[in-house]
Design a protein around this ligand. Sequence first.
Ligand code: CU
Length: 271
Amino acid sequence: MNCVTAAGNRADDGDAMCGNAVMYDAPAGKILTAGGSANYEDDTARSNAYIITLGTTKQNPQVTKVPNMAFARGFANGVALPDGTVFVTGGQSFVKPFTDTTAHLTPELFNPATNTWTQLNPMSIPRTYHSTALLLPDATVIQGGGGLCGGCGVNHFDAEIFVPPYLLNADGSRKARPVINTVATTVRLGATLSITTNSAVTKFALIRTGTATHTVDTDQRRIPLTPAGSGTSYTVTIPTDPGVAVPGFWFLFALNSAGTPSVAKIVKVTP
Ligand SMILES: [Cu+2]
């Protein structure tokens, strides 16, 4: 029985082991891939990036090459942010587990709306093999670990928190954020969710709570939601497809017209 069908090549990319794949818009089938190398270790990483668009079942997805990252990365982590941008952090140019040589401290942010990468302020600690990065409910990103090989010299038992630009004013102070005041803690697939806020917002986003290890976050995905309503009272409709709105726990963020996200409420999507 043939259960698996090849989905075609990722344009001009090669094998991209230990590269990133981030589903930043699940209803639209959009996945950003970035970096990786032909071999798991002792190889030169690439800076290549692509957008894969899933379409009709059993038809090859569409692949679009996008600008390369500034840095070649293997063993990096990719994190979907509430505003639809993708944060790629850590990794190294020459993949070699349990080393920090050729590590990149400068994260990059991909914006699918402008098709551009932006370099952000550097982290202070290399995060390579065995490192992890996850979106936190306050819309910051925790990045930690790396090494963890017993007796080797590059074990990192610590973590750093990165504050994305959408939370900051030009002078570095924190922006005022919208607040989700009330929302149900459980919602069924296809149902309408009522939300109250402290101020006007323009978008909502669901981001599934993640499980990142070894460069892969199998649970990560984002669902943008366009609300009905105004002022402080809104409704959104959860997708009906359990392959899109995978049942389980999700962060729900509200975003204002400046793209500043609220702190998330956790909502459980049920069949
Ligand atoms: Cu491992």
